[in-house]
Ligand binder design. Structure first.
Ligand SMILES: O=P(O)(O)OC[C@@H](O)[C@@H](O)c1c[nH]c2ccccc12
Length: 263
């Protein structure tokens, strides 16, 4: 079910001639009670899917903005189980696919079987586990497979060709192309050969290729969108929610549409 929901969302984007836009938000940032509102707002603004972060005490790839959002969320005392319960309560109120981004540790603490089952109950379509290396995927893949939850793989600019090919071949839902060698966070510009990198992934990937890390402006969305199927935007979306600059969130999401409305 989950996997199909994601692929249908991407097929719809392609049909419209748009680029996919996947905003990242941290569950529990602003309190768990704001989660439903935020999901519905992002859906209404035209996001393709939502990447929902689970706050974790020892994040690896998170830059300062995401880390601070995680600290705020942990102060609200949210946990993987309270987040999944909240999603389960909310799931009839939106149709946009939800992708959970969590480190491996909380999944293990939860138990992979219950995790996959509860994700299904919560209507979750896909999972991103950035600290799960391809060699260790068997730890979770069978359970996710059973529940038809997409395991989205991350490929990095420093991955070897062989690894890129493996990841592109295995990824489900979409392939997350990390565009920088470093941590998350809004950036001014990209390295020169970013287009080649994305195009080479697109040439070998069975699923849509989305560029993420540092995407912060409509110009970035256009620049990267030339070479791949869309973008993931985290830090900038979190900053804009903090500033209550809802209009700018809409403008950024709309910049991925072929009929863009730039403010
Ligand atoms: O914040 P940025 O630079 O826009 O990048 C997206 C990123 O935050 C989000 O996808 C994410 C948050 N934490 C992660 C950890 C690993 C990989 C990806 C992520």
């Amino acid at each position: 079910m989950g996997k199909t929901k994601l692929s249908e969302a991407f097929a719809q984007v392609k049909k419209s001639g748009d680029k996919a836009f996947v905003p990242y938000i941290m569950a529990g940032d602003g309190g768990l009670s704001t989660l439903g509102e935020r999901i519905k707002l992002l859906e209404q603004f035209g996001a393709t899917a939502i990447e929902l972060g689970i706050p974790f005490s020892d994040p690896v790839a998170d830059g300062p903005t995401i880390q601070e959002a995680g600290i705020r969320a942990l102060k609200e005392n949210v946990s993987l189980s309270s987040i999944l319960l909240e999603l389960q309560k909310l799931k009839e109120t939106y149709t946009i696919p939800i992708v959970i981004m969590t480190y491996l540790n909380p999944v293990f603490a939860y138990g992979i079987k219950s995790f996959a089952a509860d994700c299904t109950q919560a209507g979750v379509s896909g999972i991103i586990i950035p600290d799960l290396p391809i060699e260790e995927e068997e730890l979770v893949s069978a359970e996710l497979e059973k529940h038809e939850i997409a395991l989205i793989r991350l490929v990095s600019i420093t991955s070897t060709e062989e690894r890129k090919a493996k990841l592109a071949n295995r990824s489900e839902g979409f392939l997350y192309a990390v565009t920088v060698a470093g941590i998350t966070g809004a950036r001014e510009s990209y390295q020169k050969d970013i287009g080649e990198y994305l195009a080479s992934l697109k040439a070998i990937s069975k699923v849509p290729v989305l560029a993420g890390f540092g995407v912060a402006t409509p110009e970035h969305v256009h620049q990267l969108g030339q070479y791949c199927d869309g973008v993931v935007v985290g830090s900038r979306i979190i900053d804009l929610f903090q500033e209550k600059n809802i209009e700018k969130i809409q403008e950024l999401i709309q910049s991925a549409k072929s009929t863009q409305v730039l403010g």
